[in-house]
Design a protein around this ligand. Structure first.
Ligand code: GDP
Length: 369
């Protein structure tokens, strides 16, 4: 057969009509009503969480952290409905001053625990200073390289708004949600510089204190009452030139622990050295934690401590509510600075001023104003 190009009528440049090109913009898009992001109902949240859906869990935590009353209402309902699924985890508090190596350690601890014991790990934090100082935002994913990409981990930075009590309460509520989502290991991180340790202590089963050697203030924790809360003290950076100093510090801590009354748990807090950075002594630290857990589950202290914590949070919650209601009362808000000035000028005693304010507050409750 002759090739068409040899035919005289053939024009090489003939362009056949093609098919009509669709417009690059989807023509149906305009006519379709714009879809609003679906608002989850309480039921949706609970179902998603219990299924272990991380996206739903994250959104529920955001709701818990929100200050909007309508969010709070949904959040409280979600928490309440998650409660039957919660409680089945080990909760570990991890504290240390900035630079002690918390992020480095949590990264290796978390990976070790998941490898050794399986399950799922949530890393939460309490850092009431994070908003004001814009300082270390604990639980920040970027600080935990391995864990942040681990399929079995969930990392959430500290809620930043409000008082220590408020921040801690949110973390406490987030624990419930994480447990309902199947996280059976919870780390709660905090900066070892203030009151936040007490808050963490009130929500964990084991309190791990990270210390450093050779800073000249090894035993500083004693002054702040933090050491008394520790179920285990671990001296980080026991590597290279620092090894001997770390061992010495461990001996000092062991001796210092004798100064305290024996803990209620019946457990004698242990002091170990390790290196988070080089991964030395990690197994020993976690063997200790699990040894403790076996010990207190056996002697009933585990259950007792959790019950005490539930009571603590009930009273904390009442206190927080009352405080909020009092200070957000418009009449009180108006009177506060005036009363304060009177006290400072010596015109009124603190007690009379307080009584006057409280009487006014109760009166507004009666009249509903
Ligand atoms: P954080 O502020 O408590 O979270 O402390 P980081 O984990 O950020 O650690 C502070 C610094 O100490 C970083 O430069 C780490 O590399 C270093 N560091 C952490 N763990 C170790 C360790 O075991 N040995 C040594 N030599 N350095 C460490």
């Amino acid at each position: 057969m002759e090739h068409p190009e040899n035919n005289e009528a053939y024009k090489g440049l003939t362009v056949n009509a093609g098919i009509e090109q669709p417009s690059s913009v989807n023509p149906y898009l305009k006519s379709r009503p714009r879809k609003k992001r679906r608002e989850f109902s309480v039921q949706d949240y609970v179902e998603g969480i219990v299924k272990g859906d991380i996206t739903v869990l994250s959104q529920a935590v955001t709701l818990v952290e929100s200050l909007l009353p309508e969010h709070q209402q949904v959040a409280q309902e979600v928490i309440e409905r998650c409660l039957p699924y919660a409680g089945r985890s080990v909760r570990i508090g991890i504290s240390g001053v900035p630079g002690a190596g918390k992020s480095t350690s949590i990264d290796v601890f978390g990976t070790h625990v998941l490898e050794q014991y399986g399950g799922k790990l949530a890393v939460l934090a309490i850092d009431p200073s994070s908003e004001r100082s814009k300082g270390s935002i604990l639980g920040d994913k970027t600080r935990m390289e391995k864990l942040s990409v681990h399929p079995k981990s969930f990392i959430r930075p500290s809620p930043s708004a409000g008082s220590l009590g408020g921040v801690a309460r949110k973390t406490r509520e987030t624990i419930v949600l994480c447990e309902a989502a199947g996280f059976d290991k919870i780390f709660v991180e905090t900066v070892g510089v203030g009151q936040s340790e007490t808050a963490v202590h009130s929500m964990v089963d084991f309190f791990l204190l990270i210390q450093l050697a050779g800073t000249g203030d090894e035993l500083q924790g004693i002054k702040r009452g933090i050491m008394e809360m520790a179920d285990g003290i671990i001296i980080n950076k026991a590597d290279g030139d620092n090894l001997e100093r770390a061992r010495l510090a461990a001996t000092q801590f062991r001796n210092a622990l004798h100064l305290f009354p024996a803990p209620e748990s019946g457990w004698t807090p242990e002091v170990l050295t390790y290196s988070g950075f080089y991964g030395i002594g990690i197994k020993e630290v976690w063997d200790m934690v699990y040894r403790y857990l076996d010990f207190v589950k056996e002697n009933g202290y585990f259950e007792y401590r959790r019950n005490e914590q539930s009571k603590y949070w009930m009273y904390e919650s009442i206190n927080e509510h009352l405080r909020h209601s009092f200070y957000h009362n418009p009449q009180i808000a108006n009177m506060l600075s005036e009363e304060e000035a009177r006290v400072l000028k010596g015109e009124r005693t603190s007690f009379i001023a307080a009584k006057h304010l409280l009487d006014t507050y109760y009166a507004t409750l009666k009249t509903g104003k």
